[in-house]
Design a protein around this ligand. Structure first.
Ligand SMILES: NC(=O)CC[C@H](N)C(=O)O
Length: 309
């Protein structure tokens, strides 16, 4: 049973923290550049409700790409597997998360998977509702249920900053609109997507969301099934194959757990049937993953034999 005390986790965190200096905070979304590159925090949430944590655990970050796995779960619940995978594929790309190149090469211009930006935009497009507000409410309410935290909100500053600078994502949307993958107003879709990416969490929230995936959709405190086991299974599979962008293969070898990262420095981990892990560490490597967060997971995985492989 890993990490039976905060002290134990604290010493692992200290070891990993040395690596923060090797990374840089994301600045292509201007508001993210304000993050402190030295921050690192981790939480592990067990099925019996115990939670161990270390570092600046109250520090909030925005979900960014971690939100992609949450909207995927929601879209699968709302529209079903058949519809979702008629618009987005199953395969890893090996390209950076915001790359446009495979969109033109794949036939019929369907994004290769729901974890790259093109695929995530196509999934967010599926979230039903009469307005951006209504659709966003649905997403944020789901994050509240998954994390057991009613206080969850979003950063209007980060959302605006991304909305104003997200020209590559606009290009992906227009390309997909031309090819019939999406059919709504591109500005509205970007408004919704940038808000979803700007939902704020700390490592404790991430660990609690992680355990719901780890326990096949069941929230351990209330025992409520928050998503069907099949939906949790699909999401975890994508976390393994595409969750760490074009570093997913190396991550599977080095760590071997389903995980999803975001450019604000968060990592959500789900150790199947065991526990949820949440990490926040804004300094990123060149592929956009938290550099010290990866190190921390590597240490945890080897120390406690977490790899599923
Ligand atoms: N990798 C990420 O976290 C990317 C999310 C970010 N909002 C974007 O679309 O660029």
């Amino acid at each position: 049973m890993p990490c039976q005390s905060n002290e134990e986790l604290e010493s692992i965190l200290l070891e990993a923290k040395q690596y923060t200096s090797e990374g840089k905070v994301a600045d292509y979304i201007p508001a993210l550049s304000k993050a402190n590159p030295d921050d690192l925090s981790v939480a592990i949430f067990h099925p019996d409700g115990t939670c161990y944590s270390a570092g600046c655990i109250q520090e909030k970050i925005t979900l960014q790409s971690i939100s992609k796995v949450i909207t995927l779960a929601l879209a699968l619940m709302e529209s079903g597997e058949e519809y979702v995978f008629s618009k987005v594929g199953y395969e890893p790309t090996g390209d950076p998360f915001n790359s446009i190149v495979k969109l033109e090469m794949s036939n019929p211009s369907k994004p290769l998977n729901p974890m790259i930006n093109a695929g995530a935009l196509a999934v967010t497009h599926m979230i039903k509702g009469n307005s951006v507000e209504e659709r966003f409410r649905k997403i944020i309410d789901f994050v509240k249920r998954l994390s057991g935290n009613e206080e969850i909100s979003y950063s209007a500053e980060v959302a605006k900053s991304e909305f104003e600078t997200s020209h590559l994502n606009r290009a992906l949307c227009f390309f997909m609109k031309q090819h019939g993958i999406i059919n709504e107003d591109v500005e509205e879709l970007l408004d919704l997507y940038t808000k979803q990416c700007s939902i704020e969490v700390n490592c404790l929230d991430l660990a609690r969301i992680g355990i719901v995936f780890a326990l096949n959709g069941k929230e351990p405190i209330t025992n409520k099934q928050l998503m069907p086991a099949q939906v949790a299974r699909i999401c975890k599979t994508f976390m393994v194959t595409c969750g760490m962008y074009n570093a997913s293969g190396e991550f599977a070898v080095r760590v071997g757990i389903p995980a999803k990262s975001g450019v604000a420095g968060g990592i959500l981990g789900a150790v199947p049937n065991r526990f949820g892990i949440g990490i926040s560490g804004p300094a990123l490597d060149d592929k956009g993953n938290s550099v010290a967060g990866l190190k921390l997971l590597e240490i945890l995985a080897s120390k406690y034999e977490l790899s599923m492989f």
